[in-house]
Design a protein around this ligand. Structure first.
Ligand SMILES: [Zn+2]
Ligand SMILES: [Zn+2]
Length: 125
């Protein structure tokens, strides 16, 4: 299920942001680590276990990482769900691809555009 979801997300232009995990592991492994973040699994599980249109509520006792934040924004747009995440700092209301926090939580705000062709990633600021 999560893999299917990720495929859809990647078609929609989601690129896993591997800057948020360790730098000394190879790319495949890093992506694997990102996809194993508990909030992503919680959301994938929530999507299959609740009727369409049901808002999803997730509580996390740490800050949501940047990649999960992006992931959830995409999911809210693709699955058309309201997703509410309570993390250590605030509530995040994800709806139609945007978050109520306006991304102001970000550690390093990035105006980078990312593009992916096959296995290659391009970045430009
Ligand atoms: Zn995460
Ligand atoms: Zn947010």
């Amino acid at each position: 299920m999560l893999e299917m979801l990720i495929e859809k997300l990647e078609l929609a232009g989601y690129v896993p942001d591997t800057n948020f995990v360790l730098h000394d592991v190879d790319e495949e492994l890093k992506q694997g680590m990102l996809y194993s973040h508990s909030e992503k699994l919680a959301i994938a599980f929530g999507l299959i276990s609740t009727p369409e249109g049901t808002p999803l509520r997730i509580t996390k006792n740490l800050r949501v990482c940047g990649d999960c934040h992006t992931f959830i924004k995409f999911v809210s747009a693709i699955a058309k769900r309201l997703i509410i995440v309570r993390d250590a700092n605030r509530f995040h209301h994800f709806e139609e691809g945007a978050c109520s926090c306006g991304d102001c939580w970000a550690l390093k705000p990035s105006l980078t555009t990312r593009m992916r062709i096959g296995k290659l990633y391009f970045e430009s600021s």
